[in-house]
Design a protein around this ligand. Structure first.
Ligand code: HAM
Length: 455
């Protein structure tokens, strides 16, 4: 028995030794899913800055923060955005629960508006003073073909004003979007504006549009032909280049507005003039979501008015609350694509480590005494000072190099004199050094850091 057992063990050991390197060779390499990306520290810092600009503007304009779940019942999007839209037909990430609640059909949110209006209705926000101004910053998901500036997970700053029929609030929002780009650092952004009418003017316009595309039926690519019967408006924002010339010559919604829509559109333009906001009227701008009524707008950098390049877009959705089971409630909003803004600002974003305003690094003459260094750094952090300790067991010279490389302003050097309560503080930029009592360290670093900034 024993001999058999030990022979078996030997075989197993031999097999492991043989198989080991092969197993490592066959290790899969994992990558972020196609169309998604990791925001490394520099990119994450750029996003944080954009979020701070957005949050500050939201505060100044009175838009209160809100968050909704990353997924909703699919119907919220199907009914809200429209079943015959790219976003719902092709791009919805549906979530299949692996157990329980089988009857729920969920989808990751492709945008924020439908979820926010769902929340507005669910929580009775119509009893608040109207309009309710809301702001949301977060990731959205669309199962789109990934390409430059088009991701499957992307970030939006979404703003909604629910409960005001406009047109003054429409102008407030359009100007707010432009101010965001300017404060974020993009000064060459322009607004493209259209009015796509409402249920009163829509039928006559759709009739004209359908008749026009019918007369060009033979030039229509297959999916567009199918949509002509179900949702002719969508043909105007077809991504198919073969459609461009046809779309350019199509009847314009602006010419088919009912009297109320026309006066709303004129009122909006008058308010924008009063604010000094220039706009370019664009008759083919219909937006990719079905809930829009009247006002529709998009933001582009000058010279980049292509389909894929919109930095943001929005419009009025006076019928959306009703579609989601609520009382008729007007609303308007926009969403700005933060990935595209970040790309436009950074030209892709430099790689590297973000320098996080590190004030001090605690280093020491005894490489192995990591406990003392960690304790001192922890005390500094507790006192509110951004600090780290060198926790590798390196010689002092290397620790100091690391502190300089990380952009710290000071190195706190721990040596034998700690027995007398003293440490050395070295100003890494000036190269000067002096000793200080450890009980005064935090106060002194705070004071020196202040003069570092102002000096
Ligand atoms: P949207 O035009 O579908 O509108 O998206 C707004 C912005 O999000 C786009 O202009 C673009 O900058 C960015 N975006 C959209 N899809 C992608 C993608 N796949 N990758 C990167 N960026 C993308 C809406 O979402 C509406 N909810 C806006 C709104 C709010 N309307 C009324 N209220």
């Amino acid at each position: 028995m024993r001999r058999l057992g030990s022979a078996g063990t030997r075989r197993t050991v031999a097999a492991c030794v043989e198989a080991g390197p092969l197993d490592f060779g066959a290790m899969p390499t994992y990558r972020a899913p196609r169309g998604t990306r990791d925001l490394l520290p520099v990119e994450r810092a750029a996003f944080a800055r954009l979020e701070a600009v957005a949050a500050d503007l939201a505060r100044r304009y009175g838009y209160a923060p809100i968050d909704t779940p990353l997924f909703e019942q699919s119907e919220v999007f199907e009914r809200g955005i429209g079943a015959v839209t790219d976003v719902v037909e092709k791009e919805l990430f549906r979530v299949l629960p692996s157990r329980g609640e089988e009857r729920e059909r969920w989808a990751l949110r492709p945008e924020a508006t439908a979820g926010i209006v769902r929340a507005y209705l669910q929580h009775g926000l119509q009893t608040w003073p109207q309009p309710v101004r809301l702001s949301l910053f977060g990731p959205m998901f669309r199962y789109d073909r990934p390409q430059a500036g088009r991701f499957r997970q992307f970030w939006q700053w979404d703003v909604e004003a629910i409960g005001d029929a406009g047109p003054a609030v429409d102008a407030e929002l359009i100007e707010l979007g432009l101010r965001f780009y300017a404060e974020a650092g993009l000064s060459d952004v322009q607004v493209l504006l259209n009015s796509i009418g409402d249920p009163a003017s829509r039928p006559a316009y759709l009739e004209a549009l359908t008749a026009y595309f019918r007369s060009h039926q033979r030039e229509l690519p297959e999916p567009e032909l199918a949509r002509l019967a179900t949702n002719p408006l969508r043909l105007l924002d077809s991504k198919d280049p073969a459609m461009a010339a046809l779309v350019a010559a199509a009847p314009r919604s602006m010419d088919h507005l009912c009297a109320a829509c026309r006066s709303h559109f004129e009122g909006l333009q008058a308010h924008l003039r009063a604010l000094g906001v220039p706009v370019r009227l664009e008759s083919t701008l219909v937006r990719g979501l079905d809930y829009y009524t009247r006002t529709a707008f998009e933001y582009y950098r000058v010279g980049e008015e292509g389909q894929q390049a919109a930095l943001g877009g929005g419009g009025r959705y006076d019928g959306l609350a009703e579609l989601l089971g609520g009382k008729p409630t007007p609303g308007i909003g926009f969403a700005l694509g933060l990935d595209r803004v970040a790309l436009a600002l950074e030209g892709g974003g430099p790689a590297g480590a973000a320098r996080g305003g590190l004030v001090a690094v605690v280093v020491g003459a005894d490489p192995r005494d990591t406990a003392t260094r960690l304790r001192l750094a922890t005390d500094l952090r507790a006192a509110g000072i951004p600090a780290r300790a060198d926790l590798g067991e390196h010689r002092l010279g290397r620790q100091l190099e690391g502190a300089a490389r990380d952009g710290a302003h000071f190195a706190v050097i721990v040596g034998d004199e700690l027995a007398d309560g003293q440490v050395q503080v070295r100003d890494l930029a000036a190269g000067s050094q002096h000793s200080t009592n450890v009980v005064d360290l935090a106060r002194e670093l705070t004071r020196s850091e202040g003069s570092h900034h102002h000096g």
